[in-house]
Design a protein around this ligand. Structure first.
Ligand code: NAD
Length: 368
């Protein structure tokens, strides 16, 4: 069998800094676990605009379609703020998501015990939290037609349309059920079936897919507003939450903050299976390019490293190795190592981006 292939698009700002630490981990797997990845690199965002006048070239797009998984750092920065909308750095990322048809966005909210004090919620509410929000990413109100701002009589009217087809709902429901089977075997589907027809259809289709294909998984339904309350009240009641694009946008940000710092949050966006059975996949930290700290060795590489752990689990079926990497991160945090974004305790001085990466590699060594 050929080696798993990975396209690395480090991007702008702290993207290349945090990706350097991921490269150390990839090299470790080659040297110590005999897992060699065929790694290629490309440009995305502002750096691609600087080199080619576009935030993503056709060549890089084609490469992204060929590989088993894409790992992205971050895009953007003040230097590019005044560019035309069509060539802004974010357009590169949006093009990747659109052309790869990445319809399921996975955002885990996981609270490492050592960081439980970082949450705005009480420690016992978040300690040990491990939930996954699956957000539909390519349809719904952000894409529905008609849309626009029109004139009606003397005033303007803003219009957006929530529109979902059965197949769009069914495929993201399947992603959620499949994930649940690899985790706690529970799915909670969230919509507003009390006030929205698209919510009624959402609930019907999720129920049909469940009955036909996933009756071994526990399924519940919740109105999205009640879900938001429950996420703050007792988030540990959830395992996998599946929801539409708009509600997912809000709920995943709220859930993310349960766990503390932006520098800790990974994500995956998955599409349909390719010929080799692996889903089209893009892994990236939730954070942006952090221009305020770029180039200073202050960035926390953990979000990007955990994104690679998600790639091990969801693209390469290496769950044990993903567990190993996540445990290495947990151990480093338990030892008290903190990048500047995680500081809070008195008397702790921060480690640099590369010191954090090296410490995680040392924990991987210790795991053998
Ligand atoms: P940001 O996520 O870049 O930064 C927000 C704050 O969090 C900053 O203070 C930053 O220093 C801190 N931070 C973020 N990641 C960190 C890390 N790994 N370690 C330590 N601290 C970290 O968001 P922003 O400031 O709103 O946006 C900056 C640029 O990034 C903008 O150009 C924006 O468009 C872009 N952006 C890109 C993405 C992406 O690539 N997916 C996402 C969000 C924002």
């Amino acid at each position: 069998m050929s080696n798993p292939s990975l396209l690395i698009l480090a991007g702008d700002g702290i993207g290349p800094e945090v990706m350097t630490e991921v490269r150390k981990i990839i090299d470790w797997y080659g040297a110590k676990r005999d897992v060699t990845f065929d790694v290629s690199e490309g440009l995305v965002g502002g750096c691609s605009y600087d080199a080619h006048g576009t935030p993503l070239t056709d060549d890089t797009m084609a490469k992204a379609q060929e590989v088993d998984a894409v790992l992205l750092g971050a895009v953007g920065g003040p230097k590019y703020d005044n560019l035309d909308f069509s060539v802004k750095p974010e357009r590169g990322l949006l093009r990747l998501r659109k052309e790869m048809d990445l319809f399921a966005n996975l955002r885990p909210a996981q609270c490492f015990d050592a960081l439980a004090d970082f949450s705005s919620l009480k420690k016992d509410v978040v300690a040990g939290l491990d939930i996954m929000i699956v957000r539909e990413l390519t349809s719904g109100i952000y894409f529905g037609e008609p849309r626009g701002i029109i004139k009606e009589g003397n005033e303007r009217v803003g219009i957006n349309t929530q529109r979902y087809t059965e197949s769009e709902i069914a495929r993201v429901a399947r992603s959620a059920f499949e994930l649940a089977r690899k985790r706690g075997n529970k799915v909670c589907s969230m919509e507003k079936a009390n006030v929205m027809e698209s919510g009624i259809l959402w609930r019907d289709v999720v129920t049909e897919v469940h009955q036909a294909e996933y009756s071994d998984v526990e399924l519940s339904h919740m109105y999205a507003d009640a879900g938001a309350m429950q996420l703050c009240r007792w988030p540990k009641q959830f395992d996998v939450i599946v929801t539409d694009n708009l509600f997912g946008d809000l709920l995943s940000d709220a859930a993310a903050m349960l766990t503390g710092s932006l520098g800790m949050l990974p994500s995956a966006s998955l599409g349909a299976p390719m010929e080799n059975g692996r889903p089209k996949a893009l892994y990236e930290p939730v954070h942006g390019s952090a221009p305020d700290i770029a180039g200073q060795g202050k960035a926390n590489p953990i979000a990007c490293i955990l994104s690679f752990a998600m790639a091990l689990r969801y693209s390469f079926d290496m769950g044990t190795e993903a567990d190993r990497l996540e445990k290495a991160v947990e151990d480093v945090l338990a030892d008290g190592l903190r990048t500047a974004d995680l500081l809070g305790e008195e008397g702790v001085s921060p480690v640099s981006t590369s010191e954090m990466g090296d410490a995680i590699v040392a924990k991987l060594d210790a795991s053998l």
